[in-house]
Design a binder for this molecule. Sequence first.
Ligand SMILES: C[S@@+](CC[C@H](N)C(=O)[O-])C[C@H]1O[C@@H](n2cnc3c(N)ncnc32)[C@H](O)[C@@H]1O
Ligand code: SF4
Length: 376
Amino acid sequence: MKSLGLYIHIPFCEKKCNYCDFYSKEGNDEDLKSKYVDALCLQIEREAELYKNHIIDTIFFGGGTPSLISSRDMEKLMLSIKKWLSVDENAEISIEINPKTVDFEKLTTYKKIGINRISIGLQSTDDEMLRCLGRIHTYSDFLSTYKMVREANFDNVSVDLMYGLPSQTEKMLLDTLSKVLCLDIEHISAYLLKIEEKTYFGKIKDKLSLPDDDTEYEMYIKMCELLEENGYNQYEISNFSKAGKRSRHNLKYWKSEEYIGLGPNAHSYFDKRRYSYKADTVAYINELLKGDLPEKISEEQVECISEMDEYVMLKLRLSDGIELCEFEESFGTELINKYPSIMKYVNSGHMKLENGKCYFTRQGFFVSNYILSDIL
Ligand SMILES: C[S@@+](CC[C@H](N)C(=O)[O-])C[C@H]1O[C@@H](n2cnc3c(N)ncnc32)[C@H](O)[C@@H]1O
Ligand code: SF4
């Protein structure tokens, strides 16, 4: 049996954050959310045959805000997954939750249905900053949610943070990090704020006083050092974990392993094909309720050359980088022959080529987008 990751997109948020471009609908329409879960169950049932030779070893409920789904519907969804698909008994099953959108009862339901990893969106411990970001919660709301998560006996918890925020200083970031470090959380994701055109921040970007590139770089380096000193290994550009607590599901994306994504705007990589569904929740529900399957878009056969670029781009996001032998075996050519400009960045200290591997240094990670567009 081949292993397969399953991503379920939950496209609902109580309120859109000022920076976020992920596909989700604002509001709390209980009827729509239940219909959406029914539609997901129908898709799982109708497509089960396609995955009969696969075993699901990671499941990720991502969003949007998956914790806005009721306990009843989460149970229904998990029952359907387990009924129609083969799920490994040691599967990593994660859910993203927002502070203030779960209670103890919901968390015990998660535990009961087999969810074993919780990812909480915090972003910052500074209440003024949380308001500026348009978050629906305060730091103290986060602490209450976190306490409940531990009381419900979850021992694999991750927290999302952001840096490079409007008016944020290095001191403010270090303050957030030191508060989070006191909690001894298993996993931390820390993202550099990206201003997305279509968001509120995108519209007012000239008025935002964002840290300059040098300050962002200093923040990044200090953050990595502090996390490392406290036992967190940086295994991907924005991801840090305690030993044995890397996100198995997200690693599949970066290692070009197979996964299927269900729901509007969810992406899949299955049978050497990458495809996604239209970002339209109502259309997604209607197609399934009508008896059809949602239309797959951007469906394309991954050709050898783009598959190679994709492999390099994804693998280099990981601190382990690319195994030179594995690359040669997969593509029949040497990495350096194919991408000679890598040497320029090895010489400048942004990349390393040693012990049979090619990988970014910490400095290189920070400018990896620029370097990748050059070398590919
Ligand atoms: C898909 S969101 C879902 C998490 C959950 N809904 C929450 O907000 O708590 C995952 C994470 O992406 C990060 N994120 C979203 N938009 C971003 C942006 N424009 N720049 C940097 N990070 C972003 C945030 O840290 C967020 O927690
Ligand atoms: S960051 Fe999370 S809560 Fe905020 S809009 Fe994006 S998905 Fe929704």
